[in-house]
Unconditional design. Structure first.
Length: 433
């Protein structure tokens, strides 16, 4: 172990919300509104986030507070009033749950065809814990990894956490996963994701990762995680931290790339020394850390935040990868940043960082046809347009082809865009909406 100090993980759930909010001055109505939001959208944080990451003197503006604590604007006001009324009146649990379910169903819980278009079929069976959207990449959602050390308020995978079985994507059928990958040699990269797969013990993660090393066509393994930000002790002093790094070493020794797809939202997450120690240990294992996160209103919608994030992660030996656009689900109305403004933030930050940090792509929408990158705003033949291209696509023939959408200052998602120049489609094979 690398340190004499071994903090124990301690989670806080909606039951602890009132107590935690005592640190902030709020009226009873404001407190009730926050409880109302957390009865619909998931809430979970932990003692590290609360004690080490949040600057309580800056609350409620503090970015990490806004990143993990509910805010009343996250739901439409009538929904907040309805849930607050039920909670204040001590309504029966079933009634609260029924109302929460109704509201969730209006929040587009599975955008971009996640429950239907991306689910692979093997020998006549739907493998519902896998997603196969792009030919060379498969996502695996391990059953035991479908929580996180804390939940992001803007999370696009929020339905994984609200305890509604029909909304969850998860598998523990490792044999079926291996059989599918063996039958699909075009899949060269597997992304183990969640939730956060690093909430699992190393022993359980190993059950999912080791079989991948027996499939020659799988050349890289990615682990999607926010643990560096929300619980860096996972890589330093947790009981099985050393085992985790050994597992990473084994993947690298097999001749594959192990990429930790690290979710960072704000440079404040990189300030505690333990994060830097965790990143050093991960890099020493031979794994590569690639950093990504969404642009979210009220948390990181400034060029200062992104320039610092990209420069610092680069200095720490990680690779800036994607800046995402907030997806069209859950509280997008509250956290979404219009594409035009989002691109301005991206470009301003990109222009300030060194060439080493310009590995980042963005702003990127993970939309139905694929990963759509907003390249900029231009004037073509007298019309103001967005220039875009697909970084990834269900149809690989569409990758890398420039296309244009009519400029719309308020557009926040791909489905808001219309082809420029009065055309009926963006490209042959790429329709609007
Ligand atoms: S870490 Fe990812 S999956 Fe977990 S709550 Fe945040 S955005 Fe959602």
């Amino acid at each position: 172990m690398s340190s004499a100090h071994h903090p124990r993980f301690r989670a806080f759930t909606p039951r602890d919300l009132d107590g935690l909010l005592r640190r902030v001055s709020l009226t009873d109505d404001q407190r009730l509104a926050l409880r109302a939001v957390s009865s619909v959208l998931p809430f979970r944080t932990n003692a590290y986030v609360v004690d080490e990451l949040i600057d309580w003197s800056a609350v409620p503006a503090d970015p990490v507070f806004r990143l993990t604590f509910p805010q009343s604007g996250m739901l439409p006001a009538p929904d907040v009033r309805r849930m607050a009324g039920l909670l204040a009146g001590d309504a029966p649990r079933a009634e609260v749950q029924r109302a929460a379910h109704e509201i969730r169903m209006r929040l587009n819980p599975h955008p971009s065809g996640q429950l239907d278009a991306n689910v692979p079929v093997h020998e006549g069976r739907r493998l519902t814990g896998l997603q196969h959207k792009y030919p060379e990449t498969v996502l695996v959602f391990p059953r035991q990894g479908q929580t996180c050390h804390a939940y992001c308020t803007y999370c696009f995978r929020w339905p994984q956490f609200v305890g509604e079985a029909d909304l969850r994507i998860a598998t523990d059928d490792i044999a079926a996963t291996s059989a599918y990958l063996t039958a699909h040699p075009e899949v060269s990269s597997v992304l183990v994701t969640g939730g956060d797969p690093l909430v699992m013990s190393t022993a359980v993660l190993r059950r999912y990762v080791e079989p991948l090393l027996r499939i020659d066509t799988v050349r890289s393994i990615r682990v999607g995680t926010k643990s560096l930000a929300f619980w860096p002790y996972r890589f330093t002093t947790d009981r099985d931290a050393d085992d985790l790094l050994r597992l990473f070493e084994e993947v690298v020794a097999s001749g594959r790339q192990l990429a930790l797809m690290a979710h960072f939202t704000h440079p404040q997450e990189l300030r505690p020394p333990v994060v830097r120690e965790a990143m050093r240990r991960v890099r020493d294992s031979g794994a590569v850390i690639r950093c990504q996160g969404p642009l979210v209103a009220g948390i990181n919608d400034s060029a200062d935040a992104w320039a610092e994030l990209w420069e610092t992660t680069t200095t720490l030996g990680a690779v800036p990868y994607y800046q995402f656009v907030e997806r069209d689900t859950g509280p997008q109305g509250y956290f979404g940043v219009p594409l035009a403004r989002g691109h301005a933030v991206f470009r301003d930050a990109y222009a300030r960082v060194s060439g080493l940090a310009r590995t980042v792509r963005g702003p990127v929408m993970s939309a139905m046809p694929g990963k759509v990158c907003v390249d900029g705003v231009a004037e073509v033949a007298g019309e103001k347009v967005f220039a875009l291209h697909l970084i990834q696509a269900r149809d690989p023939g569409l990758v890398g082809r420039p296309f244009f959408a009519a400029y719309d200052e308020g557009a926040t998602w791909f489905t808001d865009l219309k082809p420029a120049f009065g055309a009926s489609r963006f490209l042959p094979g790429l329709e609007p909406g």
